[in-house]
Design a protein around this ligand. Structure first.
Ligand code: SF4
Length: 844
């Protein structure tokens, strides 16, 4: 049933109740929580972000209501947005609301503006949307009847009419490979001139930073000896543009091959925004700068199509979410679900993992959407881009695959980057050690075994997946080759030794096969040797091994060897086929054979030998000197989710230096916190150790610059020393008083989620009474990026968070005036207590 927009009441949470605006010329007013809930649950209300509002009111969102964020995502797909009335008003160029009352008053104005925008489109543009609006109306979307009055009735068509957004995507083309990057020099003077163009007025310390950074872009003089610059620069130096200046010059002179890597998503988002200074034209920018993320970040069109077909006829919020994703697909997006233009608020109504490539499911060239696939497109664009923006984990995964002679992460030839990562900038360089520690570790766990088993045997039992096993994938390729068929059957048979679907349920009573028996013995070993802490993962030293575990280790090692041999043989036979029939093979078949052989080799020559070596050294009690091993039970929210044997490098910067740095020609490693502080004479000692620079043939060049902020004049540090330990009420009272004293603009950091929640519950009402909005990670149904956007947009908001808010969060201006570190957060923070009266970057 259609409701007139002017009859709707706009509602904005304002603890302990809400602010509402009834339109018809009335003033906005406050109502209590009970009335707010009743109004909200009735459904005929205008809100911004229904799930967030429901959380604030302590209720569930009714099936459908008038969510202005959804209308915005429909009308302006792909446009970045801060998900609030303030963010909507800013995006539309309307008067900015600053209080809950003003926000409530603004919502109808925003809705009218968006509908008027659609009405102003040319008729053809409106008609194109009619099928999708029809589908949305059948799904029960409240905005659909109002939009239908504007775009018109759709002709009767497919039940998923308008959802097939993939039909409008242009296929990617395989361009000619780019040649080897050049080695033309970048002079500090020209880098300074580039910076001057970008910023207008260059501060002296920023100019000096550019000089130091430019060293990493000089020509390499000796193989294996990259030019590495370690440059520490305090908060506010302007590092990002400082390195983008020489980096962009290097790319112009030498071609693709430059990768900029961050540790956190927060900084990656900011970096992408800074790159707009280099290429203001969005079309040129999209060509020159590419963001590369792990494949799980991208929309998988095949999963999207299947989800659309499954839910097409079911009214409900999930269908609405899919329709809004269809609009986003049609907005020339790069397919990145964690990118700035994706309507991230949809995650509150539909798990986004439904439409991503869940690990190992991609069927590559066999996929009907392969030629328009976002992931494949991003990989190809990265090869030709001037600047590739990535993260430490992805850079390390790619480099380590090259180092081990494997392909990157897939079984297709397409992700092979062909060694064109010649120059690196590692921002947040103080995290390289941690990234290398996880990136170069090996894990023989239930999760890893199950994944390999699925790759070889396909889904078993009732597991629903489109992933196919070796036989399904390769049957046509080996149809005329008995030897290859024999090797494949042997491998499939041998893989039954690995843990399979449902192994966690069988562990205690009925483990099946050598893999599960090993996991059961490892589980018992950890429980026997560790302190039982209900909520956290448990670890135990491997030695001494009990008899049961020793027997399980030896049996599994033998079983894994039986698996590696036929996999390697099958790879050899596929390569032989490529050689024998090279004249007759279609390029597509050749590519599949090559990809299959590479995938088999990766398992047979890297994964399985690493596991076998871990087991054999465990059985003999002789772990190689460079590694440390332990058994682990992984617990999430008090539930055991994985068990296994872990092997980490004692110094993970050894492989980092060998695999990432040494093959490059230059690397800038930069951060606000690279050096030691304290009494040591050599403040660079741990920076050399933690970045791997000390392992290189040529010493790194080092430079440091202090922050331009005068913290001693601009900041005050308060140490609250009279709080009773473990008293949540006292802790919350301290936060409350500090937040009230600063008048908002405050960030509260915690190490424990429970302490955060207890504090948030206690301070929300007094802060609201003082007109201060509180946002809280883990409580508000918003992703971290959106929370920071909201905090940044509102000058007097308060934000509570844990680790994700400690690093790389940039909040310039008055929106951040106070940082409060709870117990423990201070010890863990890289850059403690920076409450400053001027612009401040938290964390870095
Ligand atoms: S190629 Fe793979 S990731 Fe891409 S759409 Fe197809 S199945 Fe999804």
């Amino acid at each position: 049933m259609s409701v007139a927009l002017d009859d709707l009441i706009a509602l904005v949470p304002a603890p302990p109740g809400a602010a509402i605006y009834r339109q018809a010329g009335e003033e906005s007013e406050r109502i209590d929580l009970r009335d707010a809930r009743a109004l909200f649950e009735g459904g005929d209300v205008l809100v911004a972000h229904a799930a967030f509002v429901a959380g604030r009111l302590g209720t569930r969102a009714p099936v459908m209501l008038f969510d202005v964020l959804e209308l915005f995502a429909f009308v302006r797909p792909g446009m970045p947005l801060v998900p609030s009335a303030l963010g909507l008003a800013r995006a539309l160029g309307l008067r900015l609301p600053h209080t809950p009352e003003e926000s409530a008053t603004a919502l109808p104005v925003i809705a009218h503006a968006l509908l008027a925008e659609v009405a102003g489109w040319p008729q053809a543009a409106r008609e194109v949307l009619a099928p999708l609006v029809g589908t949305l109306e059948r799904a029960g979307w409240r905005w659909a009847p109002l939009l239908k009055e504007i775009v018109g009735e759709a002709p009767h068509g497919s039940p998923i009419a308008g959802l097939e957004a993939w039909r409008g995507l242009t296929p990617w083309e395989d361009e000619a490979p780019v040649g080897q990057p050049g080695s033309q020099t970048v002079e500090p003077a020209e880098a300074r001139a580039r910076l001057q163009e970008l910023v207008g007025l260059m501060r002296p310390e920023q100019g000096a930073y550019v000089d130091a950074a430019t060293y990493a872009f000089g020509p390499r003089e000796q193989a294996g000896a990259p030019k590495v610059a370690l440059v520490e620069a305090g908060t506010g130096t302007g590092k990002t543009l400082g390195y983008l200046a020489p980096a962009s010059l290097w790319a112009e002179k030498n071609g693709p091959g430059l990768w900029i890597s961050t540790y956190t998503r927060n900084l990656q988002r900011q970096l992408v925004q800074e790159i707009a200074h280099l290429w203001p034209d969005p079309v040129e920018r999209a060509e020159k700068a590419v963001v590369r993320k792990g494949r799980e970040n991208y929309l998988c069109l095949l999963n999207f199509e299947e989800a659309a077909k499954r839910t097409a006829l079911a009214p409900g919020q999930r269908s609405v979410a899919l329709a809004l994703i269809a609009r986003w697909i049609s907005s020339h997006t790069d397919g990145d679900l964690s990118g700035v233009g994706f309507p991230a608020f949809l995650a509150a109504t539909m798990p986004l993992s439904t439409v991503t490539d869940r690990r190992g499911e991609c069927i590559y060239a066999a996929c009907p959407h392969y030629r328009i696939c976002f992931i494949e497109r991003a990989i190809r664009r990265a090869r030709h881009a001037s600047i590739v923006v990535a993260n430490h984990a992805l850079v390390i995964a790619q480099a380590s695959a090259d180092w081990l002679g494997e392909d990157e992460t897939t079984d297709t030839p397409t992700e092979k980057e062909e060694g064109r990562r010649l120059r690196y900038v590692f921002d947040e360089g103080h995290h390289l050690f941690d990234a290398a520690d996880s990136g170069f570790a090996a894990s023989l766990s239930g999760r890893e075994m199950t994944e390999l088993r699925r790759w070889i045997r396909g889904p078993e039992g009732r597991a629903r997946s489109r992933m196919r096993g070796l036989e399904e994938r390769l049957k046509d390729l080996v149809a005329d080759d008995e030897a290859a068929q024999g090797a494949m059957e042997e491998a499939v048979q041998a893989a039954s030794a690995l843990a399979g679907e449902g192994w966690t349920q069988r562990l205690g009573t009925n483990p099946r096969g050598p893999g599960e028996v090993f996991l059961a013995a490892a589980y018992a070993h950890v429980r026997a040797r560790s302190q039982d802490e209900a909520f956290y993962s448990l670890e135990a030293e491997p030695q001494p091994l009990g008899q049961d575990l020793l027997g399980a280790v030896e049996t599994l090692a033998r079983a894994l060897k039986r698996m590696a041999e036929p996999l390697a043989r099958l790879a050899r036979l596929l390569r032989k086929k490529m050689d024998d029939k090279s004249a007759d093979l279609e390029p597509y078949t050749r590519a599949r054979l090559e990809a299959a052989a590479r995938g088999l080799d990766r398992r047979a020559k890297a994964t399985l030998p690493a596991w076998i070596q871990m087991l054999e050294t465990l059985a003999h009690g002789e772990v190689p000197d460079e590694f440390v091993d332990w058994f682990e039970i992984v617990r999430e929210d008090g539930r055991d989710t994985d068990v296994g044997l872990e092997r980490h490098w004692i110094d993970p910067t050894q492989p980092l230096a060998a695999a990432v740095l040494a093959p490059a020609h230059g690397a800038l490693i930069t951060s606000a916190t690279l050096r030691d502080t304290g009494g040591s004479d050599d403040h660079w000692a741990s920076a050399e150790v933690r970045t791997g620079a000390g392992h290189l043939a040529q010493p790194a060049r080092r430079a440091h610059f202090g922050s331009p902020f005068k913290y001693e004049d601009q900041a005050r540090i308060f140490v609250v020393g009279d709080l009773p330990r473990r008293d949540p009420a006292a802790l919350a009272a301290a936060y409350r008083e500090l937040f009230l004293a600063s008048g908002g603009g405050a960030l509260g950091l915690f190490t424990a989620v429970r302490a955060l929640k207890e504090t948030a519950t206690r301070v929300a009402e007094p802060l609201a009474a003082a007109g201060l909005t509180l946002y809280a990670q883990h409580l508000d149904r918003l992703d971290t990026g959106a929370l920071v956007d909201l905090f940044r947009a509102e000058e007097n908001a308060c934000l509570l968070g844990t680790d994700a808010l400690r690093d790389g969060v940039d909040v310039p201006g008055r929106s951040l005036r106070l940082v409060v570190f709870g117990q423990g957060a201070l010890a863990q923070a890289d850059h403690p207590a920076q409450g400053a009266a001027g612009p401040i970057r938290q964390g870095l």
